[in-house]
Write a protein that binds this ligand. Structure first.
Ligand SMILES: *Cc1c(COP(=O)(O)O)cnc(C)c1O
Length: 377
């Protein structure tokens, strides 16, 4: 089976983890800060807070900006459920907006149309690894005094007008799940230039308590105070050691993802009815996903049939995503449903995520392309 995404763990990664397992600190130790620093070096942001997963990171971001019941946060319909769930965790209301039909990135005009007196923030998702239109989103956010949050879980290593993802929004969220660009097993992180957000999130990730175990040890003190309701969203030192080691390979891996994307682009140019997603100018794409649209009318075939036959051929294709507003939880609790975001709904019927990960060989990729060619011809 050739999956749609897959991690790569090298001997040096294993060595880095083993060293920490032999050390004094398994959690709340020095590797957490070292990983955070390494990421800020990459994203050009001043602060980074590493946490247990990307969903926790999104929750931290919503806490940092003080989302509470009655507040609205604008989210795109075409994303993973966690992008909207984090708003609900804080008692807020996610307001779904449609995506642009070509790129499936959040539509700035739709964002502006859905702003109300209760709107506090916008979460932009760098879908598939392509940064959103941050210049337009920034103008809208500033005009309406909203916080701009990037769910950049697809886009570590991407750039927008030569600026790295991770410094484009007020808070930028990453995931280190094994299918993402680098992995810590489970893991997440928020990057920001706002010191007070960073401080709030450090407290939130550890029960709402003001000092961590290591700080208390340094101070020789047992005193701590819980100043707000927090969670245990900490990440371990051995996970961070893995992250530090993986991050060294990120540049090379992004380059490889771009080569794979280019090879797909060339192959699909010659295949009627297979359309890659649109690309915008002045960006460097991180290609978390490589997504094609199936032209059912051109091919006289159903997307579902193509999907099933690819799976049958041992190719682990996938669909990202079912629009969030169509999940029963949102239909039942937020009265969403079909018709709310037509572009996302239409795209969901057409898209397939093809295998895309740095270790995918040219031979494996050619095999994937051949299988698809045979199925559609
Ligand atoms: C992966 C992902 C998340 C959640 O990250 P986890 O680490 O799995 O919790 C959130 N948003 C998007 C867009 C993602 O791709």
């Amino acid at each position: 089976m050739i999956p749609y995404g897959k991690q790569f763990i090298g001997d040096e990664d294993i060595q880095a983890v083993v060293e920490v397992l032999h050390s004094d600190w398994l959690t709340t130790g020095p590797k957490v800060e070292e990983f955070e620093k390494a990421i800020t070096g990459y994203t050009g942001s001043q602060y980074a807070v590493a946490v247990s997963n990307g969903t926790a990171a999104l929750h931290c971001a919503m806490y940092a900006i003080g989302i509470k019941p009655g507040d609205e946060v604008i989210v795109p319909a075409m994303t993973f459920a966690a992008t909207a769930n984090c708003v609900v965790f804080q008692g807020g209301t996610p307001v779904f907006v449609d995506v642009l039909p070509d790129t499936l990135l959040i539509d700035p005009a739709e964002v502006e149309a859905k702003i109300s007196a209760r709107t506090k923030a916008v979460i932009a998702v760098d879908y598939a690894g392509q940064p959103c239109d941050y210049d337009s989103l920034r103008v809208i956010a500033d005009k309406h005094k909203l916080t701009l949050v990037a769910d950049a879980c697809h886009a570590l290593g991407a750039k927008y007008k030569e600026r790295p993802v991770g410094s484009l929004a007020d808070l930028n969220v990453f995931s280190f799940h094994p299918v993402k660009h680098i992995t810590t097993g489970e893991g997440g992180l928020i990057s920001t230039n706002n010191e007070s957000y960073a401080q709030r999130m450090r407290i939130f990730r550890s029960h709402g308590i003001t000092t961590d175990h290591r700080q208390r040890e340094v101070q020789g003190s047992w005193f701590y105070e819980m100043i707000d309701l927090g969670y245990n969203y900490r990440i371990t030192d051995f996970q961070c050691a893995l992250g530090i080691s993986q991050l060294r390979k990120l540049r090379k891996w992004i380059d490889r993802r771009q080569i794979i994307a280019h090879r797909y682009d060339e192959a699909f140019q010659k295949m009627a009815g297979i359309e890659p997603l649109g690309k915008i100018d002045h960006i460097s794409h991180a290609y978390h996903l490589y997504i094609i649209r199936i032209g059912e009318e051109v091919l006289k075939m159903k997307r579902q049939d193509i999907f099933t036959r690819l799976r049958g051929a041992g190719i682990g294709v996938n669909v990202h995503y079912i629009p969030v507003h169509l999940h029963p939880f949102y239909k039942n609790n937020f009265h969403t449903g079909l018709g709310l975001c037509p572009n996302a709904e239409a795209a969901h019927e057409q898209i397939i995520s093809m295998p895309m990960y740095p270790a995918l060989s040219n031979e494996e990729q050619d095999h994937v392309i051949d299988c698809l060619r045979k199925i559609v011809s």
